[in-house]
Design a protein around this ligand. Structure first.
Ligand code: HEM
Length: 220
């Protein structure tokens, strides 16, 4: 019988965006996976930290600190048992298994992304309601949230989860939306804002703005 397996190997690049598991609840990591910038399963901690460090656009000491922070967040993200920590250390963070891990705030969040990865338009509108219309530096007016408005939004998210939240959840939020603002924000200083349209694209299409992708090394 002829061996026709060679014919089954496609020379066509995989369709983009790549599918992402609903068990990955982080919109930023979901976009990195969908863009093919990191794999969906075990991603070496050093790769993840280098990729996010590059995305941050920081230089020098700030870049090093951002990388170290991501390394330790990723180390504990799949579980805190000694065995799990050892596995994360050796094999990397399992991005398809972040749900229900120590960083999952179980509803003490924006609730934009549901447990089956469906996106709530109502929650996106709620996010937008915390912002104001702003002058886009590259032209036009768009809705966006400054750090002050993002803080009010996170406080409101924490408040509405009363009775079903851990004290650490509010601190975890500081490593999510404000960091997204730092990476993807437009404008400078106190006026720097997170574009609601770009957040929508991040959640719905799992796509980062082109200016951020341009900073990234192409991994696997
Ligand atoms: C600079 C890098 C990162 C940014 C900008 C970022 C941003 C975010 C944002 C905006 C959320 C949504 C929170 C919400 O819906 O209220 C989130 C959720 C989450 N992120 Fe990330 N993230 C980053 C890196 C990471 C890393 C390295 C991990 C772990 C390996 C991680 C794990 C998670 C998890 C588990 C959630 C779900 C939390 C929840 O819904 O309760 N993230 N992240």
């Amino acid at each position: 019988m002829p061996d026709d397996r060679i014919a089954t190997i496609s020379s066509v690049a995989p369709a983009r965006p790549i599918a992402v598991s609903p068990k990955n609840p982080c919109p930023f990591l979901r976009a990195l996976v969908a863009e093919g910038l990191v794999g969906g399963q075990f991603v070496p901690l050093a790769t993840l930290s280098e990729t996010i460090k590059a995305a941050s656009g920081e230089q020098g000491l700030k870049a090093i600190l951002a990388g170290v922070q991501v390394y330790f967040v990723a180390l504990i993200a799949n579980g805190l048992s000694p065995l799990r920590l050892l596995r994360s250390f050796w094999s990397g963070a399992e991005l398809d298994a972040l749900r229900d891990g120590p960083l999952d705030k179980h509803g003490c969040s924006s609730r934009i992304l549901g447990t089956t990865a469906e996106v709530s338009e109502a929650e996106l509108e709620r996010l937008a309601s915390f912002g104001k219309d702003r002058q886009d530096p590259s032209g036009g007016i768009e809705r966006g949230l400054t750090i002050e408005e993002i803080t009010a939004y996170m406080d409101a998210n924490f408040d509405r989860a009363a009775g079903a939240r851990r004290p650490i959840d509010r601190k975890l939020m500081n490593g999510e939306w404000p960091v997204l603002l730092k990476i993807m924000g437009k404008g400078d200083g106190e006026g720097r804002y997170l574009s609601v349209a770009e957040v929508r694209t991040l959640f719905v299409e799992r796509r980062l703005p082109a200016r951020i992708v341009a900073r990234l090394p192409t991994n696997p």
